[in-house]
Design a protein around this ligand. Sequence first.
Ligand code: DX5
Ligand code: ZN
Length: 221
Amino acid sequence: MKDFLIAPSILSADFARLGEDVERVLAAGADVVHFDVMDNHYVPNLTFGAPICKALRDYGITAPIDVHLMVKPVDRIIPDFAKAGASMITFHAEASEHIDRSLQLIKEHGCQAGLVFNPATPLHYLDHVMDKLDMILLMSVNPGFGGQSFIPETLNKLREVRRRIDESGRDIRLEIDGGVKVDNIREIAEAGADMFVAGSAIFGQPDYKAVIDEMRAELSK
Ligand code: DX5
Ligand code: ZN
């Protein structure tokens, strides 16, 4: 079976018991913790910053933490997250004044670097940075909130990005974020994604393991 990563978005976790809830979802078989940082400026919602990431590390979470920055500006906050224990840091193409510099900054701080595309953001931002990317994140909803529906046009975009990655010959993860559920994960994988963020689909059910097992069963079909 292909190497697929399941990354629950803690945007839908129980914030009052965050450490325990993250521990539970990892014990249920999740691979990566997806950490949604929103600033009420680039996106119309406000979540958490680097101290919460550090708190998860201090609590004993050792799984990779995938920090999805929905903030503007981005550069100022990158070192904070690297020091707080982020493993991967992604930011939105439109939110950085200097995309190449932001990618370099992430890598200089020892994290994997990725670029995020909103549903209507064109892919030309990829043209001159493929050599600096460890991952590409396609948003399949407009960023800011959990629990929205998957935008079907994203499947075409996924196919296009998968083609570009394969052409580049580089080992770049293709992450999808928004509206991922048991009943669409297989189609999304077939379009080229190999890393799946799921918030409400996992945290909205009492049995996290049952959902993650069902997702893996779909992926292995
Ligand atoms: C949206 C966030 C997503 C969100 C996904 O801006 O980036 O990570 O939490 O939530 P679901 O899986 O519920 O669409
Ligand atoms: Zn996200």
